[in-house]
Design a protein around this ligand. Structure first.
Ligand code: NI
Ligand code: MN
Length: 206
């Protein structure tokens, strides 16, 4: 499984794209036209997460996956969708996709993405105790926000790693703008698990 960081909360994991905030993302090094994917998961409908998902879905004839209220609009413009809600699971290609809670405004969620390995994308969230239950999925890699202000900061993300008992963590949702400035090296130093810091455009084989 290859995890490519596209900046902010956007990742391309093999043929699955999450929260593709590309065009208006000042730290994203790739162009919309160059992204190839079959599945697009959206954690919530804030602009820095739903991003360019409609355009990329159309370019790739990809299926958009997320909370019903979020993907409904995509369906109305002819995009293939899989409606879900918290606790639900869909199988798509080689993937098992499970929607889990997040603590945030709007209709927030996180994803458990299972194939040969299990990845947890936390979406935008504060720290919450149910991360302990999410840890029951036996997480190989957790993608966690560390930028603070709108999500967890470094200290909280460190606590999240303890609750999740994840083997590895990759920080996200930081340094996109000045207001969510954070030093990932500090997270790496404090976290109880291995931390992989990816620069936008870099990938990691898990
Ligand atoms: Ni948000
Ligand atoms: Mn956000």
């Amino acid at each position: 499984m290859k995890i490519k960081f596209l900046g902010h909360s956007a990742f391309l994991i093999d043929d699955l794209l999450i929260d593709p905030f590309i065009k208006d993302n000042p730290i994203c090094p790739v162009k919309i036209e160059d992204i190839k994917c079959k599945i697009i998961c959206i954690t919530h409908d804030h602009w820095d997460h739903i991003g360019d998902s409609f355009e990329i879905a159309k370019n790739n004839d990809a299926t958009l996956v997320g909370v019903s209220d979020t993907v409904k609009k995509a369906e109305e413009v002819g995009i293939k969708t899989e409606h879900m809600n918290i606790g639900g699971m869909v199988k798509l290609g080689d993937w098992e996709i499970i929607l889990v809670p997040a603590t945030h405004s709007g209709n927030p969620s996180g994803f458990i993405l299972k194939k040969d390995k299990t990845v947890y994308h936390a979406g935008d969230t504060g720290l919450f105790m149910d991360m302990m239950l999410i840890g029951g999925y036996n997480i190989d890699v957790a993608l966690l926000p560390i930028g603070g202000r709108y999500t967890m900061d470094i200290e909280q993300a460190v606590e999240a790693c303890k609750l999740l008992k994840c083997k590895k963590a990759i920080p996200m949702h930081y340094n996109t703008w000045e207001v969510i400035k954070a030093n990932p090296e500090e997270f790496k130093k404090k976290a109880p698990c291995e931390v992989i810091i990816l620069k936008p455009g870099e990938e990691f084989e898990v």
